[in-house]
Design a protein around this ligand. Structure first.
Ligand SMILES: Cc1cc2nc3c(=O)[nH]c(=O)nc-3n(C[C@H](O)[C@H](O)[C@H](O)COP(=O)(O)OP(=O)(O)OC[C@H]3O[C@@H](n4cnc5c(N)ncnc54)[C@H](O)[C@@H]3O)c2cc1C
Length: 587
């Protein structure tokens, strides 16, 4: 039986719960925590053998303006500024009711998780919004991240927690984004960073020997670990390797779902409601073809968890839900490289940081730069797509020896980690001169030589007249503060020279199920489908295809999961401490 609806089924429940949550990522686990704390019986069904979804792979950043962590750090901000910024960026796709609900409830949701569930968040006070020059943008303080979490608190459940993405770890330590990546970059230049790295590696080796994995979790793994621990503490039940096959609909209301669990089909009745939180449709080629439009890549190349295949969208669509397609971009983009693993397998490395570092540039086949490499990953891929079209969009990230030993390039780590494995596998291309490198990677030789020469002349003066790299606060944040006069610029002068091939990948889908401000699923005619809710990447992004800052999927995912449960319980979410009236709840 495929995914579908089950209208005529004779409902003979095997199980009855208050809340049924489909998918155990940030959205699903947040809903389980909130419902559990409100003494509701909760069943989470998760298709994979592990819980955590793509959230467990993620940087774990949440974009929540005016969060409690920002207040503690005395960050200066206002809801009006945040709203202006979102409106400015979303343009014609601005959706005021959803945005206002998000701004009002985001801080309340974080406060609830900290006070009632025992989670802790830290604020990135110097982490600017991605369009830091736009009116209303913050120069730091809207992105927060879960504090490190000791996974031993999960007890036996640790074995079911999805490990971090292999390409973003060193000896089990997550170094893709955040504090760890800063220290790994600086290990050869700062005693504090060297101590951090050595300590992390020793601790991780010991933990690997004792527990089979690193247990001092950071980033998205810490967020998932902390949410799951709170959910279990409040009696939520998690069935892994359990797939929802159909929704049970009676008299126009969603009453529960048919799930495949332990070799048998069960009917689960949910008296309060069903929340779809299956993470969007990054790995569904069929849905990408149907919904993306021909100017975007249809072939999934994504570091998103492979179990994210659009099941929530299918369930909702077959129940009469509308899909929101009016957006500037159908997905969150990130440039990726393909990293060979053992036994002919490969992994996908997301390039968040290296593009902005001094001595590294991106070029297309003509050897010319085509964009500001230090802009956000979402902008960078849009520039790749403009340059090459969806079928031929690729680029080369090129760096000299100084840069690659200092910052690494993609999955190849900075000194003292060796490059040999990456050179041998062909992931890293290396050559003694810029012209030799151009020939090796099939890029126009004169073009690349001229680009490197011209870039170097301007870099020495700290300027990039072509793309103004290093001028915005966000660019500078991604650069290297020890390099001057521009932290994003240095000539590529020291041989050998290296290159890694980039492809347009995605970090999750933006198109999704249309909902109201309480995450209730809407039909084509705009009516709510009683009993059915959607959050996380199953719910259409509230930013209209834009990617305004770090954490713009997890912040709303958890906020609307919170609102969904409050609606199921017929409770109005408490007012934001900033006095923004709750936008659009009909309670
Ligand atoms: C490397 C990386 C870094 C990122 N960093 C950030 C960041 O710092 N901040 C940010 O906001 N975003 C980040 N993202 C994006 C973010 O991870 C996702 O947007 C987010 O995790 C989506 O959360 P979710 O709860 O919707 O889905 P997920 O966390 O993906 O969870 C969905 C779950 O549903 C399960 N499922 C699927 N189908 C079924 C079914 N039929 N029945 C039962 N279960 C099912 C899946 O197996 C999965 O476990 C990053 C992504 C990656 C890959």
């Amino acid at each position: 039986m495929g995914i579908g609806r089950n209208e005529d089924l004779h409902v003979n429940a095997d199980y009855t719960v208050d809340v049924l949550v489909v998918g155990a990522g940030a959205a699903g686990l947040t809903a389980a925590v909130v419902a559990g704390i409100h003494r509701q019986s909760v069943l989470i069904v998760e298709k994979d053998a592990v819980f955590g979804g793509s959230t467990a792979y993620s940087g774990g950043w949440l974009w929540v303006p005016l969060s409690p962590a920002a207040r503690r750090a005395k960050v200066s901000d206002s809801t009006d500024d945040a709203r202006d910024y979102i409106r400015e960026r979303a343009g014609e796709y601005f959706r005021p009711q959803l945005v206002d609900a998000f701004l009002a409830t985001g801080p309340v949701m974080v406060d609830f998780l900290e006070r009632e569930a025992g989670l802790n968040f830290e604020v990135g006070t110097s982490f600017p919004d991605y369009y830091s020059d736009v009116a209303g943008a913050s120069q730091g303080g809207r992105s927060i991240v879960a504090s490190p979490f000791n996974a031993r608190r999960l007890g036996m459940e640790l074995s079911r927690l999805r490990p971090p993405l292999r390409e973003l770890t060193v000896a089990g330590v997550m170094v893709g984004t955040g504090r760890a990546v800063y220290h790994f970059y600086n290990a050869r230049r700062s005693i504090r960073s060297a101590t951090f790295v050595v300590r992390s590696l020793i601790r991780s080796s010991l933990e690997n020997a004792l527990f089979g994995r690193s247990v001092q979790l950071t980033n998205g793994n810490a967020l998932v670990g902390a949410l799951a621990e709170a959910a279990f503490r409040h009696n939520a039940v998690l069935w892994t390797q359990t797939r929802v096959e159909a929704l049970i609909i009676k008299g126009g209301s969603v009453r529960g779902a048919v799930v495949w669990h332990q070799g048998r089909r069960h009917q689960v009745i949910a008296s309060r409601g069903v929340l779809l939180a299956t993470g969007g449709f990054s790995h569904s080629r069929e849905l990408r073809e149907a919904l993306f439009g021909s100017q975007y890549p249809q072939e999934p190349v994504s570091p998103i968890a492979s179990s994210v295949t659009g099941d929530g969208m299918e369930l909702a669509r077959q129940s009469g839900a509308a899909i929101c397609r009016e957006m500037s971009n159908p997905a969150a983009w990130v440039p990726v490289s393909i990293v060979p693993r053992d036994h002919g397998e490969s992994g996908v490395f997301p390039h968040f940081v290296d593009r902005a570092k001094p001595g590294i540039i991106a070029v297309s086949d003509d050897g010319a730069r085509f964009t500001n490499e230090a802009d956000s990953y979402h902008q960078f891929v849009q520039a790749m797509l403009l340059r090459g079209g969806p079928a031929n969009a690729h680029a080369w990230l090129v760096g000299d020896h100084t840069a690659i030993r200092r910052y690494g390039l993609g999955a190849a780590r900075p000194s003292p980690f060796l490059l040999t494995r990456f050179v041998k596998s062909g992931y890293l291309r290396v050559a003694p001169s810029v012209r030799d490198l151009a020939r090796a990677i099939g890029v126009n030789e004169d073009g690349l030589a001229a680009t490197v020469d011209e870039f170097g002349q301007w870099a020495r003066r700290g300027a990039d007249p072509l793309f103004r790299r290093g001028e915005s606060a966000y660019n500078r944040y991604q650069g290297d503060p020890t390099v001057g006069p521009n932290p994003c610029l240095a000539p590529l002068s020291k041989p050998p020279f290296y290159a890694v091939e980039l492809f347009p990948g995605d970090l999750g889908t933006f198109l999704g199920i249309c909902t109201d401000a309480d995450a209730r699923v809407l039909s084509e005619s705009g009516q709510t489908l009683s009993g059915l809710y959607a959050a996380g990447n199953d719910m259409a992004s509230i930013f209209g295809g834009d990617y305004p800052g770090a954490g713009i999927t997890l912040g709303p995912a958890m906020t609307f999961a919170y609102r969904a449960i409050m609606h199921m319980l017929q409770r109005r979410p408490p007012h934001s401490p900033h006095g923004l009236a709750d936008a659009d709840s009909d309670l």
